[in-house]
Ligand binder design. Structure first.
Ligand code: BGC
Length: 368
């Protein structure tokens, strides 16, 4: 018996033993572990508006092709109807597995029923797909921890915490404003909750003050993750808070940080930008860090995420069980989706060269 058939046998036996009927273990591209080589895999990414999704798409495609798969990679221009029709086309074209970074996690129920009817396994990529039982696995970064890292770096930037995360005794009070991501993206609440878990004790003790009083997720949210929406809100906040001087702004990603910085620059803070956080280590974000306009970003290595998603697909198409490391956190309203979470890293002016350049993510010339 060859190794793959042996593993398939073990997976089938353990699925039976655990009584896992109807779970992901019985969906293996409809081939029941037959030779998966050359199978078509559909990869659906939200948009090309942020660099990270382009890097994600390229990485996933390259990894799949290396294993001999054919790839249909589509970007949906941040439009849910486009994403649904692209997925329908992938199913019609004979895709044997789908990797999906959803735009709005709640809109895919019906197209995923079509996938399920053909035993096509579905991997939710970076963003959880909500309200559907037909999502088999999820791979992402530890999104709550991303929020914790953002808030921790904001406090480090203010001098409230030192480099090792110890409280310095600095009492402030510091004026900060808070931004959240798009409400239709499940990740946005995880980033927000993670950040608030760190910031709230300091807000309660008076070390931090939010002069606008806008402390609710709904008030802080940025529809569509659009930088211009963050810029508009930052301009409004500056009007609301009048002469109060801001010391820091919690931004949930680099794209929104650019809108926030634009509003601050034209609103009296040029050359004296407050501490601003980010996420994604976009070229624009890292350049803003080098220029001293943005304090930090969170690096999420899309190469690792792409490799993880591809490993999951390859396992499923070969009748094996993908590896997971979290079976509790990501409840999509219908089921808890078994997940593999990766770790993220805070990047500032102090370590961007080591992490991003020495780590091979960027060439020095990318950041010039
Ligand atoms: C991703 C972030 C990204 C944001 C906007 C989130 O779901 O996790 O990396 O910045 O979407 O595209």
């Amino acid at each position: 018996m060859n190794k793959r058939k042996y593993l398939v046998g073990i997976a089938a036996a353990s699925a039976l033993a655990l009584g896992l009927s109807g779970c992901a273990g019985d969906r293996s591209g409809g081939d029941g572990g037959d030779d998966a080589s050359g199978a078509l895999v559909g990869v659906s990414m939200p948009s090309q508006q942020l660099e990270r999704w382009i890097a994600d798409g390229n990485n996933v495609q390259a990894e799949l092709e290396e294993l001999g798969y054919q790839v249909d990679l589509q970007y949906a221009a941040d439009d849910t109807a486009t994403q649904i029709s692209q997925l329908e086309n992938m199913i019609t074209s004979g895709a044997k597995a789908l990797i999906i970074a959803s735009i709005d996690g709640t809109t895919l129920t019906s197209v995923l029923e079509q996938a399920a009817a053909q035993d096509i396994p579905v991997i939710a990529y970076d963003r959880l797909i909500l309200g559907s039982e037909n999502v088999d696995y999820y791979t992402t970064f530890d999104n709550f921890q991303v929020g914790v890292q953002q808030a921790t770096s904001l406090l480090t930037g203010l001098g409230v915490l030192d480099e090792s995360g110890e409280d310095t005794g600095e009492a402030g009070p510091f004026n900060i404003e808070l931004f959240a991501g798009s409400p239709d993206d499940n990740n946005a609440t995880f980033f927000w909750d993670g950040a608030r878990s760190v910031l709230d004790p300091y807000i309660e003790s008076g070390v931090l003050t939010v002069p606008s009083g806008q402390l609710d997720f709904e008030q802080a949210a940025t529809p569509g993750w659009l930088a211009e929406n963050a810029q508009d809100r930052m301009e409004n906040l500056l009007t609301i808070i009048g002469d109060t001087k801001l010391d820091a702004v919690l931004s949930p990603n680099d794209g929104l940080a650019s809108g926030i910085i634009a509003a601050l620059s034209s609103g009296g803070y040029a050359g004296d930008i407050p501490v601003i956080t980010g996420q994604d280590a976009d070229v624009g974000g890292v350049k803003a860090i080098i220029a001293g306009e943005q304090y930090s970003t969170i690096f999420k290595d899309t190469r690792l995420l792409g490799a993880q998603a591809v490993e999951m697909v390859d396992a499923l198409l070969n009748g094996e069980e993908p590896e997971v490391n979290d079976t509790e956190t990501y409840d999509n309203g219908t089921k808890v989706v078994p997940s593999f979470l990766l770790e993220s890293q805070v990047v500032t002016i102090d370590n961007y060269e080591e992490v991003l350049i020495d780590g091979g993510y960027y060439e020095p010339s990318d950041l010039e």
